[in-house]
Design a protein around this ligand. Structure first.
Ligand code: BGP
Length: 463
């Protein structure tokens, strides 16, 4: 069977500034929370690798753009580092950063690779974190000003802008689940951060629409489709709650212009409502996006709780469901997550049926593998598992598109193996392998496969 995609389908990969750029002396980059945390909480990062030493995109940008061209990408997403562009978060703009991003955008455009530019990928400037980061309402204004500076500087070179990558994560991982700096564990504060991030998104969209900028603006979200263990009402209720907290809370605000009513009722009942001002809801209601990016890695399987939560413990969505380990589930053991390609089809259908069939694309999908060097043969990583993973997901996507889903593209995570939040270089995701000792970047077998897919605009199951 052949799987063909439209002529102008976006093919490429995604990365982020903090995960790929690295730093060099004299680049005048300001510190962000990852620079700070990977130094000051170094034990929390795999093998203690800090953000200085990522995949050196800052130094090797031109060569990396050639590597993208060698894969035939027609699009590529990265982010602008707020603390590189504006070292203190507000105020002075760093001319070295303007020069770097100008060269990067020109280099992409010259190679026929459309830049997809994201403004925020988890990387709060440290100076703004010191006044509370997104927990502090003033930081919304700082972000709005930063977004406007980016639009003013680069609007002629960028057709696709994104306000945030996975807005739920800085709130959930930074303020509830102890994974990201500032390592706060407090639901109400997490909810406040999320609400402020949503407002910051709305402010950036507003300033974009007020300008005379070309192009489209959207947001990138991680959607984890929820599946109940069974059709028992208690399992169904558990699934409903997981979906309400982790998906609908955000998706409905962004895509339907309002928070789900049920959420307010629950948060009020448990005294967890963040501060929401009258005008906030009006702003959320009037904000619309042009393009939605969806990051898909795994499903969330849940069941009814087996024991009551500690009533004096920290309130959390996990008070209403337990994770469910389905017998026979296929695991990516390096990352500890289930592989479930059909989830991508389910997401596509949801966007089609419940969210007005908005234009969207797969903005991240990928498989991180530990110890990939053991798959090197003849100097190349023989990552047949990644080719299989790609194929399976593309087949599901193709099916949804045949049924009318407006999916415009597919970006793999990631281009060159890059540094990760917590896991640093433990799990490798790239089309190119990065040798940490020599710095060498070599194309993996999946890179060659993907290049052929792009060139043929599809693939057949046999190949
Ligand atoms: C996404 C993030 C990326 C990237 C990816 C892989 O959620 O947007 O920045 O890191 O996940 O996950 P991880 O690096 O945790 O393995």
């Amino acid at each position: 069977m052949a799987y063909n995609f439209s002529k102008d389908f976006f093919w490429g990969a995604a990365t982020s500034a903090t995960q790929s750029e690295g730093t060099i002396a004299g680049d005048n980059k300001g510190e962000n929370i990852w620079d700070y945390a990977s130094k000051n909480y170094n034990h929390r990062f795999f093998e203690g690798v800090t953000t200085e030493h990522t995949s050196r995109f800052y130094q090797e940008m031109e060569a990396d753009l050639d590597r993208m061209a060698a894969l035939s990408f027609n699009s590529f997403r990265t982010s602008i580092s707020w603390s590189r562009l504006i070292p203190e978060g507000t105020g002075e703009v760093n001319p070295e950063a303007v020069d770097f991003y100008t060269r990067m955008l020109d280099g992409l455009n010259q190679r026929g690779i459309k830049p997809f530019i994201n403004l925020y990928h988890f990387d709060m400037p440290m100076k703004l974190q010191e006044i509370g980061g997104f927990e502090n309402r003033e930081v919304i204004e700082a972000y709005r000003a930063y977004a406007k500076i980016c639009f003013d500087l680069f609007h002629e070179k960028v057709a696709y802008w994104f306000t945030f990558n996975e807005p739920m994560i800085p709130a959930e991982a930074g303020y509830l689940h102890d994974r990201h700096y500032p390592y706060v564990v407090d639901f109400k504060r997490a909810a406040q951060v999320l609400h402020h991030i949503i407002l910051a998104h709305c402010e950036a969209v507003k300033v974009f629409r007020q300008g005379t900028y070309q192009g489209k603006i959207g947001i990138i979200m991680d959607v984890i489709p929820v599946y109940p263990r069974s059709q028992h009402p208690a399992d169904l209720k558990a699934a409903e709650m997981a979906d309400l907290f982790y998906t609908r809370s955000l998706n409905e605000a962004i895509l339907k212009g309002r928070y789900p009513q049920e959420l307010k009722a629950i948060l009020t009942r448990y005294n967890q409502m963040p501060r929401v001002e009258e005008q906030d809801l009006a702003l959320i209601a009037e904000t619309t996006i042009d393009l939605l990016g969806i990051n898909y890695y795994r499903p969330r399987r849940v069941k009814a709780k087996e024991s009551l939560p500690n009533p004096e413990g920290v309130f959390s969505p996990e008070w209403f469901y337990d994770d469910y380990e389905m017998p026979g589930r296929r695991m990516n053991t390096s990352r500890g997550i289930e592989i479930y390609p059909h989830g991508l089809y389910d997401i596509a259908k949801k966007i089609q049926l419940e969210y007005g069939n908005i234009d969207w694309f797969v903005s991240e999908n990928g498989i991180g593998i530990q110890g990939e060097e053991t798959f090197i043969e003849g100097g190349q990583v023989q990552d047949n598992y990644r080719i299989a993973f790609l194929k399976e997901h593309l087949i599901e996507l193709h099916q949804a598109m045949m049924e009318g889903s407006n999916c415009l593209g597919y970006h793999m995570w990631t281009f060159v193996d890059c540094w990760s939040w917590q896991n640093a270089f433990k799990n490798r995701y790239g089309f190119y392998r990065l040798d940490l000792e020599t710095g060498e970047k070599t194309m993996k077998k999946s890179g060659l496969w993907f290049k052929e897919v792009i060139q043929k605009n599809g693939f057949s199951n046999e190949f």
